[in-house]
Design a binder for this molecule. Structure first.
Ligand SMILES: N[C@@H](CCC(=O)N[C@@H](CS)C(=O)NCC(=O)O)C(=O)O
Length: 222
C-alpha cells in the first residue's frame, strides 16, 4: 500500500495550504517535512527533488511533484473531485482560476511595502465584493444546487471555501451580502473530513505573522 503523501514546504500557509485543504477534504492523511532554513531548501535542490528549484513539492505515489496547480489537479483527479467529464472539468478549472486570482492577491499582501498596504487592501475589498464573490454567488443561484459544478463536491468548492475563510479573516462583513456562499461555506465545513481539518490541532496553518514573513525571507532569500 502506498504511504502517506509527504509535503515539503515551510511552516506556513503560502502556496501549500490549498494542497493541505484538498488532501484533508478528500480524507487523506499526509505528513509534512517542514523546511527550517535555506540549507534545507538547498538540500532538496541539490538532490534533484525540485524540478524548478521551488517548493511546494509533494511526494505522492512514487513521484516528486512540484507546481501547485499540477499537484492540486493530480489529487483532485485521484480522489474524484474533478468533475465527470470535460465540460465539468472546464468549469471547475475556470472557477478554480478565479479563486486563485483573488487568493494570490491575499497571499501576497504581507509582502506589500507598508506605504502601499492600504491601497492594496482597498483593492482586495473592492475585487472581493464587486467581482469575485458576486460571480460565485451568481453561479450557485443560477442552478440552485449545493455545489458549484455538477451538484457534487469538487476541488472548486474546496478552494472557494478556503478562500472564504481568508476573506472572513480580512473582514467578516465582506460576506454579508452573499447568502448562498455562506451556505456553501457551512455545508463544506460540515463535511466530516473538513470539520476535522477545521478543529484546533489539525495540520491547517494559522494566519501568517511577522515571524512567518521573516522565516520566508530567510529560507527563500528575498
Ligand atoms: N509556480 C510555482 C511557484 C512556486 C514558488 O514560487 N515557490 C516559492 C516558495 S512559495 C519558492 O520556492 N521560491 C524560491 C525560488 O523561486 O527560488 C507553484 O505554483 O508552485
Amino acid at each position: 500500500m502506498a504511504g502517506k503523501p509527504k509535503l515539503h514546504y515551510f511552516d506556513a500557509r503560502g502556496r501549500m495550504e490549498a494542497i493541505r485543504w484538498l488532501l484533508a477534504a478528500a480524507g487523506v492523511e499526509f505528513e509534512e517535512k517542514l523546511l527550517e532554513s535555506s540549507e534545507d531548501l538547498d538540500k532538496l535542490r541539490h538532490d534533484g527533488s525540485l524540478v524548478f528549484q521551488q517548493v511546494p513539492m509533494v511526494e505522492i505515489d512514487g513521484m516528486k511533484l512540484v507546481q501547485t496547480r499540477a499537484i492540486l489537479n493530480y489529487i483532485a483527479t485521484k480522489y474524484d473531485l474533478y468533475g465527470k467529464d470535460m465540460k465539468e472539468r472546464a468549469l471547475i478549472d475556470m472557477y478554480t482560476e478565479g479563486v486563485a486570482d483573488l487568493s494570490e492577491m491575499i497571499l501576497l499582501l504581507p509582502l506589500c511595502p507598508p506605504d502601499q498596504k492600504n491601497v492594496k487592501l482597498t483593492l482586495i475589498r473592492e475585487r472581493t465584493t464587486n467581482r469575485y464573490l458576486p460571480a460565485f454567488e451568481k453561479v450557485l443561484k443560477s442552478h440552485g444546487q449545493d455545489y458549484l459544478v455538477g451538484n457534487k463536491l469538487s476541488k472548486a468548492d474546496i478552494h472557494l471555501v478556503e478562500l472564504l475563510y481568508y476573506v472572513e479573516e480580512l473582514d467578516s462583513s465582506l460576506l454579508a451580502n452573499f447568502p448562498l456562499l455562506k451556505g456553501l461555506k457551512t455545508r463544506v465545513s460540515n463535511l466530516p473530513a473538513v470539520k476535522k481539518f477545521l478543529q484546533p490541532g489539525s495540520q491547517r496553518k494559522p494566519p501568517g505573522t511577522e515571524k512567518t514573513l521573516e522565516q520566508a525571507r530567510r529560507i527563500f532569500k528575498f
